[in-house]
Design a protein. Structure first.
Length: 135
């Protein structure tokens, strides 16, 4: 619990029970969660409070969007060096087509792209779909 409280403090966030519950869920599983997934895991939690918690976590560099090609926004814990000014989430997201689990593959970076003159990259996402080790 102290580790989670320190994480909140280091990212400039107050300690609340909901924030601790959400961080605990992220730290217990190595996967990305949608808001609905978190509501299912956490049980009776206000939907608006959860939405605001996810937004503030993303804004402060605690979580990032894990794009996986589905219609649901999913979030995963950021690496320790992410901040509100610089997310370091340009890695592959793997989505299992069997169980639906999405995970970050942190040690595989999105390749550098060369675009035609006049184009600039704002961000890049690479989704790999297949079957995870449990499926």
């Amino acid at each position: 619990m102290q580790k989670l409280e320190s994480l909140l403090k280091n990212h400039g966030l107050r300690r609340t029970e909901v924030r601790l519950q959400v961080l605990s869920a992220f730290s217990q599983q190595d996967k990305a969660y949608s808001q609905q997934d978190l509501q299912n895991v956490l049980g009776n939690i206000d939907r608006v409070t959860l939405y605001r918690t996810l937004r503030s976590f993303e804004d402060k560099g605690l979580i990032h969007r894990a794009i996986d090609g589905t219609d649901q926004a999913k979030y995963a814990l950021c690496q320790s060096h992410c901040t509100s000014n610089a997310h370091q989430d340009d890695h592959i997201h793997f989505h299992c087509v069997t169980c639906g689990k999405t995970v970050c593959i942190d040690d595989v970076q999105v390749p550098t792209l060369q675009l035609p003159k006049g184009y600039t990259i704002q961000d890049a996402q690479l989704i790999v779909r297949g079957h995870c080790g449990q499926c």
